[in-house]
Ligand binder design. Structure first.
Ligand SMILES: [Zn+2]
Length: 259
């Protein structure tokens, strides 16, 4: 009772809680007579739940035994125990974009957090009742979610468009109705094989730089500027290439005049 109806359980006198057996409680619905005091809405809800749950329960003389709940036949297996550890966990495919991509670890980590919606955007701050800007600082139109910021925001779309032109993407830049991951999955189908490694790096580089620019606007009161972000992305891309990003190196135009 304590596990399935905690509030109702609190309405039962302490001594009864300790002494009453399941068999006694079930007999003639004796359990209902143990309840004392006035019941609130939660207690009544739990009362009805219990009532329904035990309506067709009949005890027999067979001794109690433990039953493993993670297999159909109730028998323990190491495999089912291992699988049970993942019960309720969320599946994320973000690793497919970070695992083999050339990008600094902090950039990969940022994308990982972004994919889990764990970045401290205006919307996330609002949900946690913390001080936040009501609208995205880059466009001043919509609430700031991570998807909005790195894909859907008109500001972000302009940045994506400029970088897609610069790197001669053979696919359309992200347009906001799909997640970055979905866009990337479709984009790589439309990209010649030798360009895919470069596309992977660029897919992580652009959101990272938009996020840094956004932080500059939020914390240092910088003015949003597509030109500044695009120039910064180009400079950062050259640094990545010099640090070993071969794939990106094969798609970045050779001109070093980044402005
Ligand atoms: Zn925006």
């Amino acid at each position: 009772m304590r596990e399935i109806a905690p509030q109702l359980y609190d309405c039962i006198p302490k001594r009864r809680q300790k002494q009453r057996t399941v068999a006694e409680g079930l007999a003639g619905n004796f359990w209902a007579r143990d309840i004392r005091g006035t019941l609130g809405i939660h207690e009544v809800g739990q009362y009805l739940q219990i009532w329904q749950a035990i309506a067709n329960t009949l005890l027999n003389d067979e001794p109690d035994r433990l039953r493993w709940m993670w297999t159909a036949d109730g028998v323990y297996t190491a495999e089912s125990c291992y699988m049970a550890m993942f019960h309720g966990s969320k599946l994320s495919e973000a690793w497919k974009l970070t695992w083999k991509t050339w990008a600094p670890p902090r950039v990969k980590f940022f994308y990982w957090l972004a994919d889990q919606d764990r970045c401290w955007t205006g919307e996330r701050l609002r949900l946690h009742r913390l001080p936040h800007n009501a609208r995205c600082l880059l466009c001043d139109q919509l609430p700031e979610t991570i998807h909005h910021l790195i894909v859907a925001c008109p500001f972000a779309r302009q940045v994506w468009h400029d970088i897609a032109t610069w790197l001669r993407f053979t696919c359309r830049p992200p347009e906001g109705d799909t997640t970055l991951f979905e866009w990337w999955q479709a984009a790589k189908q439309r990209t010649p094989k030798p360009m895919i490694k470069g596309l992977r790096s660029a897919t992580l580089l652009v959101p990272w730089m938009i996020w840094k620019h956004r932080n500059d606007c939020v914390f240092n009161h910088a003015q949003p500027s597509v030109g500044i972000v695009v120039a910064a992305i180009k400079e950062e891309a050259f640094l990545w290439v010099r640090a070993g990003a071969k794939g990106l190196g094969s798609i970045v135009p050779m001109s070093w005049d980044v402005h």
